[in-house]
Ligand binder design. Structure first.
Ligand code: GAL
Length: 449
């Protein structure tokens, strides 16, 4: 499977100027400034091709690793893992089968086709939680209890994270890192130009709307938003803010009625928020959103903490030019995203794949990965002191906060349900359905209609 190269830097674009965005999601926004040459340079330096396997002798032991960490800061993260792997297993060649596209938006379909065609990679990236359980139900995955035991994971990985890598008590994936989904990022210059205090600490969505409206009046884009999964990502933050941790979790375990008035209100809020974003959102991935915030074209975005290294690659000081906080109204909850690696039963190079996941679970790999990924190690026995201050905060939050499963990143629901929800959200943001129809589609996807 040849790996593809994708760099998120795009040609300068124009945006349609449309009506005011405060009343709903069909509003258009003004033309944006051109991406600066300095930023393009920084980003090009951060982009490297996926699939650059070092040529080595035929017949050498090798392992084909399937991920969506294939461009920009994510490729650098995969490079950190493959370098650690080379140190720990110098005799095994690393073959990169990366398929670019945020959150696995393109990779997951490719993986499913390969599984169905009997051509599985030796090991693949998977989210802990429902997404892993889905794979276990659909495919033959290799139990990894022996690897987890050798790595001593039971003693050093938080129970909720560990549980996300198990199905019916059997370990099927080795966790590499933990991301937080519910983070808001903001460009301080845009806030200041709108007469706002440089803060992202909004206790409620109402407070945030006041700030979004102030930015709207300056002509800047209040909220960066992208395609399909980034919209579901925003929706999950809104559902969490409005339903609270228990109500939000209840949507996925059946104890919250998706047809309730609270969910109607949350979807109405989602609609308002989409109205503060650019009309070209369907063509953007998360890196593009990050660039718009970094460049001061947009004030805010809700995105997981994989955005941290993307801002840093663009030389944007986090905590100064760019601020972060728990997404408005979600402080005290941690939207759990567990990255992990699994091995298909029929993998060709099983021994090498076991070596790969053993590296993944090692303290060295977890430190190397998180230092360039914005996440925190899944292991708690590695020092995080050298990581970014954001990550120190995240480490404390993982311990202290209420952990809630991420919808957009496979922790909460299986793949088919997520796909249905993503399609329903897309139809809505394209203006083809109403809030009432979106709610019915959500309930239907959750089997509650
Ligand atoms: C998430 C994944 C992260 C990061 C992000 C954006 O689903 O867990 O590691 O890759 O997508 O692509």
């Amino acid at each position: 499977m040849p790996a593809r190269t994708r760099c998120a830097v795009r040609a300068p674009r124009r945006r349609a100027r449309g009506q005011h965005g405060r009343t709903g999601h069909r509003a258009g926004r003004r033309a944006a400034p051109v991406v600066s040459l300095a930023l393009v340079g920084a980003l090009l330096a951060a982009c490297s091709p996926g699939g650059d396997t070092t040529p080595t002798a035929a017949g050498q032991p090798h392992v084909e690793v399937f991920t969506w960490w294939a461009s920009g800061s994510e490729k650098l993260a995969l490079d950190a893992l493959s370098s650690t792997f080379a140190e720990q297993h110098p005799g095994i060649r690393f073959d990169d089968a990366g398929v670019a596209g945020g959150a696995g938006s393109a990779a997951k379909d490719v993986l499913d086709s390969r599984m169905a065609a009997g051509d599985p990679p030796d090991t693949f990236q998977v989210h802990g939680g429902a997404e892993l359980a889905d794979h276990v139900a659909a495919h033959d995955l290799r139990p990894l209890d022996d690897v987890a035991a050798d790595l001593g994971l039971a003693a050093v990985v938080p129970q909720t994270v560990l549980a996300a890598t198990q199905v019916d008590g059997v370990t099927y994936a080795i966790p590499s890192n933990v991301h937080r989904a519910n983070v808001v990022w903001a460009n301080t210059s845009v806030l200041q130009a709108a007469g706002l205090a440089p803060t992202t600490a909004f206790a409620s969505l109402d407070e945030w709307f006041v700030a979004l409206e102030a930015v709207e009046e300056t002509g800047a884009t209040p909220l960066a938003l992208g395609a399909d999964w980034t919209q579901v990502h925003l929706l999950e933050a809104v559902l969490l803010a409005q339903l609270g941790a228990e109500g939000y979790r209840g949507l996925w375990d059946g104890s919250t009625d998706p047809m309730s008035a609270e969910v109607t209100a949350a979807l109405g809020t989602f609609s308002r928020l989409v109205g503060y974003s650019d009309e070209d959102r369907a063509s953007l991935d998360w890196e593009d959103m990050t660039f718009r915030v970094a460049e001061g074209e947009a004030a805010f975005m809700i995105m997981g903490d994989w955005a941290l290294p993307a801002f840093r690659a663009a030389d944007i000081p986090i905590g100064n030019d760019v601020l972060w906080a728990p997404a408005p109204g979600t402080s005290g909850s941690f939207g759990l995203v567990v990255d992990a690696f699994a091995i298909p039963g029929p993998a060709t190079n099983v021994e090498e794949a076991v070596s790969w996941v053993s590296t993944i679970g090692s303290a060295e790999a977890q430190t190397a990965l998180s230092s360039v990924k914005g996440s925190i190690p899944a292991r708690t026995d590695v020092s995080v002191q050298a990581l970014h201050p954001y990550q120190l905060h995240s480490t404390a939050a993982l311990e202290r906060d209420e952990l809630v499963p991420s919808l957009a990143h496979g922790t909460a629901v299986d793949g088919a349900t997520l796909q249905e929800i993503t399609q329903a959200v897309g139809s809505f943001t394209e203006g083809r359905t109403s809030v009432a129809q979106l709610q019915r589609a959500l309930a239907s996807a959750l089997g509650e209609d």
